[in-house]
Design a protein around this ligand. Structure first.
Ligand code: GAL
Length: 417
């Protein structure tokens, strides 16, 4: 174990142990939840903490997927002034823990029995060397499609059963003069679509070989060429103004009936809900055709940084405890579009898409098809993720044909390993 981590862990343990006695202060929270649906969900957390006398010092850094937030975080830590709590994903959490930058939540985790209720797949990112270092607030998943029901009804389109059916459906929408696919041209959004597309082209074992095991043969294979061909097909169904569009504006196109489909993680549902839309009535949700049975997941967690102020440490422990409460996990995730990060939360308050998401998460965990999202930092470290982003986005923007893209992908990942 890293000596620096051990020293800091011991220090943090002492402090959190005495947190009860400490006067709770404010929490400064760095996050990237700035869209309408995200902000509504964040308010659930703010209100919960404020109800416990913990003040909220907001540090939003806009930019879906969190890349800009992570850049800001690095600058803050380098300046010796880390925020108290930071929204973080997957391997980024483990990297900060390895640097010895994170506090230790073992006391609160033990007192509340987190080990028994947080799924193993999440614990893999919430613990470092056996110690709890972050509090998981949700489980999102990326291989979803969001569809405008009125458009589908008007054009007589059923929920597509497979990839070819999806292409036929998009063609029908385009022929009717509407935008078939609402897309935001940003690297992380293309990578998010790629999660579902790679699954649809190659299945879960292929996805694991390529993105988790970084098998060079899988990365450069004919199956990967097929995945890139599917991405080119998707591009042909986007409107010509997709470049640079934020993901929530793409969601709004589906919400407003300008576009039929969006491939996006279930944070998109937060936008529909925030706009007062109901699943089954206004929109439908289904897995990227060809990917059903597999869940590519990402879990937003709040990592607590080592801070010196005792009040701030007390507030960190209280915030972690609030996040993990079953009632909060239900209230928050209903608004966010995600599902709870613990297995014992009732599904009563969730809508149809949320209930499906909860049931599919549990089934995928049992069958070995719950797999970390490449696009959202749960398959590999940031260097590898960014190398994949670059190739996927260059291909999407016409720089490479599918064969060259698969070759470049294998080379780029090998260089980043
Ligand atoms: C993801 C994050 C979600 C959502 C999304 C778009 O990385 O896990 O909670 O915020 O980015 O911003």
């Amino acid at each position: 174990m890293d000596a620096c981590f051990v020293r800091k862990t011991a220090l943090a343990l002492t402090v959190i142990g005495s947190a009860g006695a400490a006067q709770a202060a404010d929490v400064e929270v760095l996050h990237w939840w700035t869209s309408g649906g995200e902000a509504a969900a964040l308010n659930v957390l703010k209100d919960d903490l404020q109800g416990q006398g913990i003040g909220w010092n907001d540090m939003p850094v806009a930019g879906g997927g969190g890349e800009q937030a992570m850049t800001t975080l690095r600058a803050r830590v380098t300046a010796g002034n880390p925020p108290t709590a930071v929204q973080m994903l997957g391997f980024d959490i483990l990297d900060w823990a390895a640097e010895g930058a994170l506090g230790n939540l073992d006391d609160v985790a033990a007192a509340e029995g987190w080990d028994a209720v947080v799924p193993e797949a999440l614990q893999a990112f919430a613990k470092y060397d056996g110690h709890w270092i972050s509090a998981p607030v949700n489980v999102h998943s990326t291989n979803w499609v969001w569809a405008n029901k009125a458009i589908l009804d008007e054009l007589g389109i059923d929920q597509p059963a497979d990839w070819n059916g999806f292409v036929t459906a998009m063609q029908k929408v385009q022929d009717a003069g509407k935008v078939a696919l609402a897309h935001g041209g940003q690297a992380w959004q293309e990578a998010t679509m790629f999660d579902g597309v790679v699954l649809s082209a190659g299945g879960p074992e292929f996805y694991k070989s390529a993105f988790i095991d970084l098998d060079v043969d899988a990365l450069g294979s004919d199956t990967m060429v097929e995945a890139f061909n599917r991405m080119a097909t998707l591009r042909s169904f986007a409107d010509e103004n997709f470049s640079g569009r934020d993901w929530n504006l793409a969601s709004a196109m589906v919400i407003n009936g300008e576009a039929a489909f969006q491939i996006m993680g279930d944070w998109a549902k937060g936008e529909f809900v925030n706009a007062g839309k109901k699943p089954g009535e206004d929109f439908i949700c289904f897995r990227v055709p060809g990917s059903a049975g597999t869940v590519t997941f990402n879990s937003d967690q709040f990592a607590m940084f080592n801070v010196t102020d005792e009040g701030a440490r007390g507030a960190q422990a209280k915030m972690a405890s609030a996040i993990m409460s079953p009632a909060f996990q239900s209230a928050f995730n209903v608004v966010k579009g995600s599902v709870p990060a613990r297995t014992d939360v009732p599904n009563d308050a969730f809508d149809a898409c949320g209930k499906t998401g909860m049931q599919e998460l549990a089934a995928a965990a049992d069958s070995g098809t719950l797999i970390g999202s490449m696009a959202h930092g749960h398959a590999n470290r940031a260097a590898v993720k960014n190398a994949i982003y670059d190739v996927v986005t260059a291909h999407f923007n016409g720089e490479y044909d599918a064969e060259t893209a698969a070759e470049e992908l294998a080379n780029a990942v090998e260089a980043a390993m």
